[in-house]
Design a protein around this ligand. Sequence first.
Ligand SMILES: [Zn+2]
Length: 203
Amino acid sequence: MGAPVIAAAALNSRTGRKILAGAVLIIVLVIAVLISPLIAIPFAVAGGAVGTIPTEGNAAPAASGEWGYPLSGGYSKGRGFGYNPVIGCSYCSTNHQGYDMAQGCGATIYAAGPGQVITAGSWQGYGNAVRINHGDELVTLYGHMQWGSLQVSVGEQVAAGTPLGAEGNTGKSFGCHLHFEVQKSGTPVDPESFMAGVGLQLK
Ligand SMILES: [Zn+2]
């Protein structure tokens, strides 16, 4: 007895039906308000992540043969190889051993060529870095990536275009950028010359 009887009685009068419809509307609104945070949170998280990564960083980078660019799409050039002091940065190296390129904090960094990951984590002044051994004493290094962004681990085999991590500002860095270094027999060589040699022009 009780509620069903009152509801049945309410349905028998016009005013009763209006009251019942109002009550149902209030209940629906209360439920909507209660569950809305549960719906909104996943979108907010996804939106935040997408917001920090440029869309051009999500497509596979241009490749030539077995090699590809470490960033996908357009980028701005930072310091080139050789004597290049950073104005306003006393801890930055003056004799630059790599090639700096920037797309924006959080942009995906890709392996430039096939090989085995020999470093994945904190590495000297390079911050969060990945080093790949390509054989023939050839090693590429990707420096200053965001902490916690690495997508590969030591011992893993990668190909050109394998995502490594996200562009960051870790280690001896002065703003988000990728420090791309190429070493031959343990000695850094000019990445521009090396990449040109495999058919990929750095700007
Ligand atoms: Zn650099």
